[in-house]
Design a protein around this ligand. Structure first.
Ligand SMILES: [Zn+2]
Length: 465
C-alpha cells in the first residue's frame, strides 16, 4: 500500500551530528493525482510513534510554514535527544486545496469534516496510514482566524498564539477531560507561557457570550481517528496573523508552534506508558453513550485577547461556558450489528473504514433486536432530523442476506455509534436514503445480541417501547 520512493538525509545548519534520516513514502493520491507524502523521522524501532498531519485545509498556509520551520530547526535536534520517539509527518494532506488556496479538496469536500464518511481519497489515505503505522498520538495542525467580528468591533482579536483541543465525543473517554490529557495541557501552558507564548484550549466563542470547544460529533480527525484506531488525536490550532501584523509577530507564532510540537514530543517521551494505553483501554468496559449533552460551567471562561492596533493584551469573560460533554443513552456492547446486503451506501462506508465482518451461514440463528422508526423529531446543530422511535422487537432469526460486523474488534465503539438505531451519530441517518425513511419502517441495521446455540436461543422474546 505504501511504497518507499525516496531516501534522503536532511541536515540542519547545526551540523551533521543532528542529522535525521528521512524516508519519504507515498501513502495515497489526491483527487487530481498529486502524491500524499509522509516523511518518516527517527529510528523505525523506537517504541513511541507520533504522527503530525498538516494542511487538511488547503488555505491554511501559515501552519504549513510553521511546520516547515519545526522540521528544519527543531525536530532533528529533538530526535537526537529522544531516540525512543519516531515521528511521521504528513505536511500537506490536501495538495489540491493548497495549490488552489482552497479550504476544500478538488471534490469540494472539507477533509476535516470527512472522517466519518471517508468520501475523499485524501481522508481515506490518512486512515489507511494510521491503521498500518499505529501511532499512539496524532497531532492535527490548523490555523484559526483570530479576528472574529464580535471582537474586532471592540478593537480586539483573540490573544492565543497556539491552542489545542482533544477528543470530545464522550465515547472516546475524553469528553470530560482526562488526568493524562489535563497534564499535557497544563505542561504546555506552563512551558509556552514561560517562553512568552499564549497557549489555551481551542474555543469557539460567540457574540452572545457563550463559549464551548470543538464538536463532539463524529466528523473530524480528532474524534474519529481516536475511536477507530485508538490513536489519541489532538487538534493543534495556530493563530493566523492579520495582514497588519509585523514579520516579528508572524515569526513569534511560528516559533510558538515549534515550541508546542517540541513540548508535545518531550511530554510523550516522559508519559509514553500512560499514552500507550490512553486511546485503547480506558472506556472499553464502559457502556457506550449514543448521545451527549453539554453542561454549563458557572465559572465561565476567561479568554486572552489583544488590541488589533497595538497588540496590548487583556482578557474577556464569556459567562455561558460549556467545557465538557456528558454521555447519554448508554448501551451495553452487543455481539455486533447486521447490515442488509442491499444497503450499499452503508456497506461502502464501513468497507472504507476497513471493519471486519462476516456473512452468516444458512442454518445459523441469532438473537436480534430490531428498531422501528417513530415520529420523534430531534434538533441539534446540524438541523432537525427524524430520530428512530424507541419501539424495539427482539427475537431469533437467520441473518441470511446480511453482513455481520462484530463489536469485538478495533474501533468497536465507533461501530456502535455508527450503527445503533438511536445513535445521534448513526450513519443511516446521514445517507441520501435517510430521506425515504417513514415512521413505522424497521431500521435497516439490526443489533445482534448474541449468536444462538444449535438448540436455539433462550428467553429472547421481548417487545419494548
Ligand atoms: Zn483548519
Amino acid at each position: 500500500m505504501t511504497n518507499v520512493n525516496q531516501i534522503a538525509a536532511i541536515c540542519p545548519k547545526t551540523g551533521p551530528a543532528t542529522c535525521a534520516p528521512v524516508v519519504s513514502r507515498t501513502i495515497g493520491f489526491s483527487v487530481q493525482g498529486k502524491p500524499l507524502e509522509v516523511q518518516h523521522w527517527g529510528s523505525a524501532t523506537a517504541g513511541l510513534r507520533v504522527l503530525f498531519v498538516c494542511g487538511q485545509h488547503g488555505d491554511e498556509r501559515g501552519i504549513r510554514r510553521a511546520l516547515g520551520d519545526f522540521l528544519r530547526k527543531d525536530l532533528p535536534v529533538l530526535l537526537a535527544e529522544e531516540p525512543d520517539v519516531q515521528v511521521c509527518i504528513l505536511a500537506d494532506a490536501n495538495p489540491d486545496g493548497a495549490a488552489a488556496r482552497s479550504r476544500l479538496n478538488a471534490q469540494g469536500i472539507d477533509i476535516n469534516r470527512d472522517h466519518l464518511m471517508l468520501e475523499a481519497p485524501e481522508t481515506r489515505a490518512i486512515h489507511r496510514f494510521v491503521q498500518s503505522w499505529q501511532p499512539q498520538l496524532v497531532v492535527d495542525m490548523h490555523n484559526f482566524p483570530s479576528r472574529r467580528e464580535h471582537l474586532t468591533t471592540k478593537g480586539l482579536r483573540l490573544g492565543w498564539d497556539v491552542c489545542m483541543d482533544y477528543p470530545s465525543n464522550p465515547a472516546t473517554g475524553f469528553g470530560k477531560g482526562h488526568p493524562v490529557i489535563d497534564n499535557l495541557m497544563d505542561a504546555l501552558k506552563l512551558d509556552l507561557g514561560l517562553n512568552g507564548y499564549r497557549f489555551g484550549r481551542y474555543s469557539i466563542l460567540k457574540a452572545d457570550g457563550s463559549a464551548r470547544h470543538s464538536t463532539p460529533h463524529l466528523v473530524d480527525a480528532r474524534n474519529v481517528l481516536t475511536l477507530r484506531h485508538g490513536a489519541v488525536t489532538l487538534l493543534l490550532e495556530a493563530r493566523n496573523p492579520g495582514t497588519n501584523e509585523s514579520r516579528t509577530e508572524r515569526r513569534h507564532v511560528r516559533r510558538a508552534v515549534a515550541h508546542a510540537c517540541s513540548g508535545i514530543l518531550r511530554w510523550c517521551r516522559q508519559h509514553w506508558e500512560a499514552l500507550g494505553q490512553l486511546g485503547r483501554d480506558l472506556p472499553a468496559n464502559d457502556r457506550i453513550p449514543l448521545r451527549h449533552r453539554r453542561r454549563v460551567d458557572d465559572a465561565g471562561l476567561e479568554v486572552p485577547v489583544a488590541a488589533v492596533d497595538n497588540s496590548e493584551e487583556s482578557a474577556l469573560h464569556f459567562p455561558t461556558y460549556r467545557p465538557h460533554t456528558q454521555g447519554r443513552r448508554r448501551i451495553e456492547p452487543p455481539f455486533g450489528y447486521a447490515v442488509p446486503l442491499a444497503e450499499h451506501g452503508l456497506l461502502q462506508v464501513l468497507a472504507r473504514h476497513g471493519f471486519h465482518s462476516f456473512l452468516a451461514g444458512r442454518g445459523e440463528r441469532f438473537a436480534v433486536s430490531e428498531s422501528i422508526y417513530g415520529f420523534r423529531k430531534a434538533s441539534n446543530q446540524e438541523g432537525t432530523s427524524k430520530l428512530p422511535g424507541v419501539s424495539r422487537l427482539r427475537y431469533d432469526r437467520s441473518l441470511e442476506g446480511f453482513v455481520v460486523f462484530p463489536y469485538a474488534q478495533a474501533g468497536g465503539r465507533l461501530l456502535a455509534l455508527m450503527l445503533e438505531a438511536t445513535s445521534v451519530y448513526a450513519l443511516h441517518r446521514r445517507l441520501p436514503s435517510a430521506n425515504e425513511i417513514q415512521p413505522g419502517t424497521i431500521c435497516p441495521v439490526r443489533r445482534v445480541v448474541a449468536p444462538c446455540s444449535p438448540t436455539g436461543c433462550d428467553s429472547i422474546f421481548e417487545v419494548a417501547s
